[in-house]
Design a protein around this ligand. Sequence first.
Ligand code: PLP
Length: 247
Amino acid sequence: MSLDNISENIDSIKDRIKKAALRSDRDPNSITLIAVSKLNPHESVEEAVRHGQYEFGENWVKELLEKEDAVNSYLESSLPECRDKIKWHFIGHLQTNKVKNLIGKTVMIHSVDSYKLASFIDNESKKKDTVTDILLEINIGDEESKYGIKPDEAVPFVNSLKELKNIRIRGLMTVAPICEDPESNRPYFKKMRELFVDIKSKNNDNICMDVLSMGMTLDFEVAIEEGATHVRVGTGIFGARDYGLKI
Ligand SMILES: *Cc1c(COP(=O)(O)O)cnc(C)c1O
């Protein structure tokens, strides 16, 4: 594990975010950088916090809960003023049997892609007397291998969630196809933005659309140019991940 480059990397990603925002006439402060810390140790997160990064993304419930605990104890003893600034985003595929442990531990669940999952989140949130912010995951490239709702099923899906009062639909998320040239994802990001505007115009009680979560290490600048409000950057901050640790 090396903490050496984390601060530098954050600075460089933030600089690129700012430039992409200005290129497209957007306020750089309207874009949130989520540092994706999956498969990286809590020490890496702590290093990022010391450098002023407060939003993190995780893909697995157990890993999120363990890291959140470790980081919280570190902050309580060493940086109490940062304790309440930390936000954990859940960005991975979520199994319904894991929902219970996650509610209250995450600021937003980015990966809701079925009625069953949404109703589990709603139900657990009701039990805990809270409302959980969610994003709908869209499989914008219509890829076999990807999770997410097909673009043309998104509007009916939103309508099917109408009665769930303990979720709040804050927007959409996508993992665009892997590509060598980020430009090739531009049409997908554009399509996401159109879908976002479509859904935003609905007046269902549980909709409050202000988040468009798209763009990763290889394509976040193009995503920002096309309207992303949240970019999820892992490798660009923490370096290559060791998947061997997981599987
Ligand atoms: C891992 C992951 C990321 C970060 O990917 P990088 O290419 O390392 O920036 C972003 N979003 C999701 C959903 C992920 O699973």
